[in-house]
Design a protein around this ligand. Structure first.
Ligand SMILES: [Zn+2]
Length: 367
């Protein structure tokens, strides 16, 4: 069977396919599966580097006949659909039937020895196993909503509903490094002929620090955006408002937690517990969504608490020689495609320049 690097999204698999073609000094070709032209091809008749590659992942599943009797019937799926929908391995346009053929051709031994993984639907009993979840889930078996309820109304500073060791492990997969010198932006509404000076564009002093997604009242954090456009959206300016946008330069190399990477990191990269990750993936997605969610006027300030808790926790973590994570990065919901960065140590960035803009018009999109 022949497929190509473009049939996959997973970076690890892509690089194996590219490496196999280059090592063999083969030329590129057209892919019979995804139809892409001039791509790196993998031929299961000639290449072996992906032999058995999916076996360990497939093995976390249990064929339907062997699932506990009370396992919910709505949560069984064919293995190809499961790999397509739950794991970000294959390109979106690859059909389940092609995925089935690809994994069958790479897992020939498993296919002959345990055909029921392929011929019947599969499930994951640990998803509903209270004892397993207690040890392996970031939320020690609780739902996100139960955690939110508890931290808002029961115990704010010493919650027992988070397994901090597990949370730290999964956050470490989301590390992103920034080099000294990168530029980010921060906007402030300005009035009349006033234009802020660079030193007036930074994080507010603690007495004026109002709570936000990444900080409680009285804790000053520097919220930055990846572009002037994201800034204009994030400060929710109105038509004809004047906005000062400061250009901020990073003064030293830092690492941050990038929530956006939840969907992009390869589970095949390093020593990875597939089963535990599958259990925790929905929780990580929820955290990503909560970080980026735009609060509306009238929203309860208690809604900030779960992400404030997470940001404070991240600030306590160390990485290698005591170097701390310096902030968190998340998607902008107000400017899709844009990113925001909340920095724990505002002095890490220096405002070098301020430019004043006027909002000429607003565009509403509604349904
Ligand atoms: Zn292809």
């Amino acid at each position: 069977m022949i497929f190509c690097d473009e049939c996959f999204k997973d970076e690890q698999i892509k690089s194996i396919i590219v490496g196999a073609t280059l090592n063999d000094h083969r030329s590129k070709g057209n892919c019979p599966i995804c139809g892409k032209k001039n791509v790196f091809l993998y031929d299961t008749e000639k290449d072996s580097s992906l032999d058995g590659f999916f076996d360990e992942l497939i093995n976390i599943y249990t064929p339907k006949d062997l699932l506990p009797p009370d396992y919910p019937i709505s949560d069984v799926h064919m293995i190809a659909d499961e790999l397509k929908n739950e794991w970000n391995i294959f390109s979106d346009d690859i059909k389940s039937s092609d995925i089935y053929n690809i994994i069958k051709s790479l897992s020939t031994r498993l296919y002959s020895e345990a055909n029921n993984y392929f011929s019947s639907p599969v499930g994951v009993p640990e998803k509903y196993d209270k004892e397993y979840l207690k040890i392996h889930s970031i939320l020690v078996g609780h739902s996100w909503d139960e955690f939110v309820e508890s931290i808002k109304h029961e115990n704010r500073f010493h919650t027992q509903l988070i397994n901090t060791d597990k949370l730290e492990t999964y956050l470490s997969y989301l590390r992103k490094d920034y080099e000294k010198g990168i530029v980010m932006y921060r906007g402030r509404l300005c009035y009349g002929d006033n234009q802020y000076k660079p030193k007036e564009m930074g994080a507010p002093p603690i007495e004026f620090a109002k709570e936000g997604r990444a900080n409680s009242t009285g804790i000053s954090r520097l919220y930055l955006a990846d572009s002037d456009k994201t800034c204009v959206h994030e400060i929710r300016s109105g038509a004809f408002d004047s906005i000062c946008i400061g250009k901020f330069c990073l003064m030293k190399d830092i690492s941050v937690i990038d929530f956006k990477q939840i969907n992009n990191f390869s589970p095949f990269n390093g020593d990875f517990d597939f089963l535990e990750y599958l259990i925790n993936k929905p929780i990580l997605h929820k955290i990503d969504g909560e970080m980026g969610r735009a609060l509306r006027a009238g929203d309860n300030h208690l809604d900030y608490i779960p992400t404030q808790y997470l940001c404070d926790f991240i600030k306590t973590l160390t990485y290698k020689s005591d170097e701390k994570y310096s902030g968190v990065e998340y998607s902008s919901t107000l400017n899709p495609g844009g990113n925001n960065l909340a920095i724990f140590y505002p002095d890490l960035f220096k405002c070098t320049k301020v430019k004043k803009y006027t909002v000429n018009s607003l565009k509403y999109d509604f349904s």
